[in-house]
Design a protein around this ligand. Sequence first.
Ligand code: FE2
Length: 200
Amino acid sequence: MSNTPHTLPPLPYAEDALDPVISARTVGIHYGKHHKTYVNNLNNLIADTELADLSLQEIITKTAGQASKAGIFNNSAQIWNHTFYWNSLSQKGGGEPPLILKQKIESSFGDLDSCKKELATAAMTQFGSGWAWLVMNGDKLEVAKTANAESPLSMGVKPLLVIDVWEHAYYLDYENRRIEYVNAVIEKLINWGFAEDNLG
Ligand code: FE2
């Protein structure tokens, strides 16, 4: 059976849609070079192997935690994480979450501000490259952080939204000021509607 190469999913908006919080230049390089490279790398790594015909999620869960498959895990998880990240942002983001999500946030964190603070703290305390997530663990919402390409998919929790805190996500716009990027994303871009859709 011939391989079906993985493809770069389309951005859900124009490259300049998140400007000025995230510039078109940052999105262009982040999506068009970083995200695309993960797709190219994965296709090269799995060509003619037993993983070639699996879905992206199957590849991620099959290779998680296997040292000999680290390259395949890293590239496949980074494709998934980045697609999820683009959808976690919107030019109409920020503000109040939709009602069902808001109620879940209030029952899990007390109030929206506490949820946002916990998310910002996770994003700030992730040492080096990684991700800050809002996840659903059973019936409760939680904040999680992961290093490098790791994702909550292999932790038994359901991801709702994510913030990329690799330097390539913010360095052109904010240099070393990760906190400014994180706060601006949470206040102005975070797509609470996407998170609510992911409650399932
Ligand atoms: Fe990234």
